[in-house]
Design a binder for this molecule. Sequence first.
Ligand code: 2P0
Length: 326
Amino acid sequence: MRASVKAHTNIALIKYWGKRDEQLFLPTNNSLSVTLDKFYTITTVEFDELLQSDQFFLNGKQAESNEMKKVAQFLDRVRTKANRTIYAKVDSENHVPTAAGFASSASGYAALAAASAKAIGLNLNQRELSQLARQGSGSASRSIFGGYVEWNKGIEEDGSDCYAAPILDTDAWDLRVLSVEVTTKAKKVLSRAGMKRTVETSPFFAGWLEAVEEDLITIKQALQERDFTKLGQVVEANALKMHATTLGANPPFMYWQSATVEVMQEVQALRERGIEAYFTIDAGPNVKVVCQPEDEQKIHDALAFLHVVHDIHHCRVGPGITYLTD
Ligand code: 2P0
């Protein structure tokens, strides 16, 4: 009753920002991401009749109690599905620079969903795994798949039509993502709390929901046409709209630091010099830059020159989950 799975993290090109159901992790809008090759989690789950409770080790160390609690709650969902009461030992190795603003929860819960389902004997397809992973962390629903992935918000109250699905395969379009690290400080408002506050208090949230529908149509056209300019423009604009909603929240909050703005302005200056680069920013101060392979080095050199930039990680489009054998 043991299984190991590798899952990669993803970056949203059109953001998930807001839940319609917090217990089931049902979002207010569809989102669209690209899976990244560089950053991943490997998780081994072993169910064992002799265990008196669940155990969770993260990078070889016993996890803190709040993380343990979340994992145990997730395993409860898996046990309920399998109609079993057996406890598990979970070992997770994170190869995700959380300091660079990558959500390890995306790769973490995608790997945990697939490994725990297999270990307990559930035979779930990828759509069912996406639904299960979603209930650990919303963005994890997308990390089951490689390439370019859309997470459908669904309309059913039980979440039965809320899952991710691939739009383009891993090899379909070779774009690059540079993760530009400007700080390693922990953010003040976690994304879960941030999106909740925005939904409940920001007058701009209604505008976000309206705009995101249009942005999804545009990005899907860009993906089909392999039109990088169209894709980049909508990616950057969508991130700015997401961040605008936080300024209208009560109390207001902002994920950017001055260094964030400096990188954003450098990306825009690169475009004025004829080098096509576009930024996106998640719930944190670090910046991700999307570009085509031929411009990657030039963009790296320009950004590395800024004194606020600590590190730059280079990513390509990555694969979906893989089952590992011992
Ligand atoms: C995204 N983010 O689409 C958006 C953009 C942050 C900004 O998904 O509460 O850790 O676990 O469902 O998935 C980060 O939020 O939130 C996130 P929960 P999650 O990638």
